[in-house]
Design a protein around this ligand. Sequence first.
Ligand SMILES: [Zn+2]
Length: 333
Amino acid sequence: MGRNVTARAHRLREMADLRGGIDLGGTKIQTAVLDPRGKVLGEARIQTPISGGPEDVAAAMAEALREAAGEAGTEPAALSGVGVGSPGGVDESTGTVTGARNLPGWNGTFELGNALEEALGTKVRVGNDVQVATEAEFHLGAGQEFGSILGVFWGTGVGGGLILDGKPWLGRGAAGEIGHMVVQRDGAKCPCGRRGCMEAYAGRAAMEAEARRQHKEGAKTDLFKLMRKHDRDRLTSGIWERALDANDHLAEDLVHRAIEALGTGVASAVNLLDVEAVILGGGLGVRFGERYMEPLMREMNKHLFRDDRPPAVRVASLGDLGGAIGASLLFAR
Ligand SMILES: [Zn+2]
């Protein structure tokens, strides 16, 4: 009996150390509940609300976290904390998020941390979505063997995260915005409103806008035919892949242009920081990382000051759960 009581006390202690993570994206909210070793015990994924405001998004986040906690056999209030990876301008010290342009009605500042603490009954910390995903890769994924890494998340936009000498580098809160490294002065218009950013060439949204423009001007491509055939309303990474598999020239051109921009921007960042490794994640990064590794390294090498010893480039390994896992690590920093 003594042993049973001890085992139960031990289990209770373990359960008390469980942490939650929420990855808040423009299309989905992914949650996870993890043990102290980073093992995922429960997870849930729901669609991000497309109307309403930040309060509605916060309510949906709380609901998805409750679901993951239930799967892990616990409840939110019993967790030692819940971390959030959020887009927009994140202030880690206050848990506020400002101007998350992919989320409904989120132009101003919202106290996301406070709202979630109230809804969940436990401590909440909020971090930048890409930074926490980089931290997840550093601790548990493709970056484990390195001391300094640059995470590059190539998706709808291009985001970045930094670990320097084992520690997250946040700057004044806005470090890692590698998508807005200038790769072409007075170049293409970026979704951020400026010109010539890496994201203006490599972001999925910018690639799609350019494909539409050239298609309208008469360029031949099956991209939009494939999009309709697969019942999509945008050019997803899967649609791009199908077009490339069919040797669609416009798709090949635009992906090549994206790789050139990525190589240029990433090499510039490496020239400044000399990190040991670049971890390539995001929807396009994970799908195309291996396929375009050689051209990417070639483009990088053109611009690397020390081209005799380029950094390692690895594809992110934690998949769709990386963001939620990284968010939970906000309680392990
Ligand atoms: Zn920009």
